[in-house]
Design a protein around this ligand. Structure first.
Ligand SMILES: C[S@@+](CC[C@H](N)C(=O)[O-])C[C@H]1O[C@@H](n2cnc3c(N)ncnc32)[C@H](O)[C@@H]1O
Length: 466
């Protein structure tokens, strides 16, 4: 926000945490910025202490996550569609709405500071409008707003999408994916789980680090834990990078490739789409313990550098190449025993972590990504030796990015690859308590935030014929 846009009354103080949150929310709306990348720097630049940093995070992430719901409330309170409200004013209204409805902050603080934001960053003529809208919002209880939004919905799906703050197309995609495992009835739980901030989860690289005594083991991942206390970066630094922040589902899918069958020493492994290297680090630790070699590949040079840093704490030489993964099958045919394709995807399975991501994605992204995913998987299969294994992984449960990509690749391979029972492999790692739905015919496996408290990671394991 440039200084020349700043106007305020001399007596008008806006809490630094609110200013930071508003700046980041505006950058997301205006410049398509990523909140998770921008917020830490904005907090540091403002010199916020721990409590204010937590407040800024809640204000920013909560507002972005629930903005679909808040927009319905604002439209009713304003008597006009949000598309007719200036963007800066709308962001201030969303922030105010989150404080009144989501955080139950005292009305006067939420209203006064949001109006002050409009006075400072918006047009003067909008100040009265913003004040009126926010006062209208405070006149009804959060429950009354739930009823009002429900009544204004145009269909049952529109209602559920509004109340859980999801785009309707995402809701339908989730329903199809749950229905494919006989669990459509879990849709509402899933949508609500997306709105809970996930606990910080760690992985202790096997053979190189162990879970701190005070931490709680993960339910499913044998190397995962939560509750290490304090600042996550400090936990990672204290373990010299051999403990990493990593979702439990991400741990499970990486372990599934490494542990699907016994490793023959000297095996060669490839992580085809490795950046930023979370799964590479886990695979490197597994390769080290089993006597395998690991190569990582990543298209984007800056992300390849992150992979190098991620594997540095593992005493194993892991070459990192910077290639388009779709060409690796041609360049290195039949070269690897195990290949991980952690494919670029919509990320619809990680909405808990990326608060604005649900609004950024469009249905057309799915088709584009599915085409790239198919080419990456074909390339991975071509790069795998007879008798080898390929793991196809996404952090999206969208069927077009998951089962459809896998079954088409199996068809195209004309018998060269067949699916293994990924669910059985995961249960072998995680224990029989891992509930993977009711579809007895399916060999791939889908994890879910509401059922497993993981990101919605998908995995299929493909065996290449001898
Ligand atoms: C889902 S992320 C991988 C996450 C990673 N495995 C981890 O656990 O940290 C997908 C990665 O694929 C990369 N990518 C996209 N297109 C690619 C391509 N054609 N070839 C190789 N990598 C690609 C992206 O830059 C991104 O870093």
């Amino acid at each position: 926000m440039t200084d020349d846009r700043r106007r305020s009354r001399p007596d008008e103080r806006i809490q630094p945490a609110r200013l930071v949150a508003f700046d980041v929310i505006s950058a997301v709306s205006r410049d398509d910025a990523y909140a998770n990348l921008l917020l830490p720097g904005a907090i540091a630049a403002a010199g916020l202490d721990r409590a204010d940093a937590a407040l800024a995070t809640e204000l920013c992430y909560g507002t972005l996550r629930m903005s679909g719901y808040y927009d319905r409330i604002i439209a009713i309170a304003a008597g006009r569609p949000v598309g007719q409200i200036d963007e800066t004013v709308l962001d201030a209204l969303r922030l105010g709405c989150h404080q009144v409805i989501g955080m139950r902050v005292a009305d006067h603080a939420a209203v006064n500071e949001s109006v002050a934001l409009v006075r400072r960053y918006g047009s003067r003529s909008a100040v009265g409008f913003a004040n009126g809208v926010l006062r209208a919002i405070t006149r009804r209880s959060p429950d009354a707003w739930t009823r009002a939004v429900s009544e204004a919905a145009t269909s049952a799906d529109d209602r559920e999408a509004a109340l859980t703050s999801h785009p309707e197309w995402v809701l339908r995609a989730f329903r199809r994916s749950l229905a494919a495992e006989g669990r459509e009835s879990e849709l509402s739980d899933l949508l609500r789980a997306d709105n809970d901030a996930p606990a910080v989860n760690f992985a202790a690289l096997p053979g190189l680090a162990s879970r701190p005594a005070e931490a709680s083991p993960n339910r499913f991942s044998p190397v995962g834990f939560t509750g290490a206390g304090g600042d996550p970066d400090a936990v990672v630094t204290a373990a010299a990078g051999r403990v990493r922040v990593q979702d439990e589902g991400s741990q499970l899918v990486a372990l599934a490739l490494a542990r699907a069958r016994p490793v023959v020493p000297g095996e060669t492994w490839l992580d085809l789409c490795a950046g930023p290297g979370g799964k590479t680090a886990l695979l490197a630790a597994e390769a080290l313990a089993a006597g395998a070699h690991l190569t990582a590949n990543e298209l984007v040079p800056a992300r390849a550098e992150l992979v190098r840093r991620a594997v540095a704490p593992v005493p194993l030489d892991v070459p990192v190449t910077v290639l388009d993964g779709t060409t690796v099958g041609e360049r290195h045919p039949l070269a690897f025993d195990r290949v991980l394709v952690d494919a670029p995807c919509t990320g619809l399975g990680a909405l808990r972590r990326r608060p604005e991501a649900r609004w950024r994605k469009q249905p057309r992204d799915v088709a584009e990504l599915a085409d790239l995913q198919a080419r990456l998987l074909d390339s991975a299969i071509a790069a795998t030796r007879p008798g080898g294994l390929v793991a196809y992984v996404t952090c999206s449960p969208h069927l077009a990015e998951t089962r459809a990509v896998v079954s088409a690749a199996v068809r195209r391979s004309r018998g060269r690859v067949s699916e293994l029972d990924a669910g059985a492999v995961l249960r072998g790692i995680a224990g029989d308590g891992l509930d993977l739905g009711d579809d007895g015919e399916r060999l791939s496996a889908q994890l879910w935030p509401h059922r497993h408290a993981t990101d919605a990671m998908f995995i299929a394991l493909l065996a290449v014929a001898e």
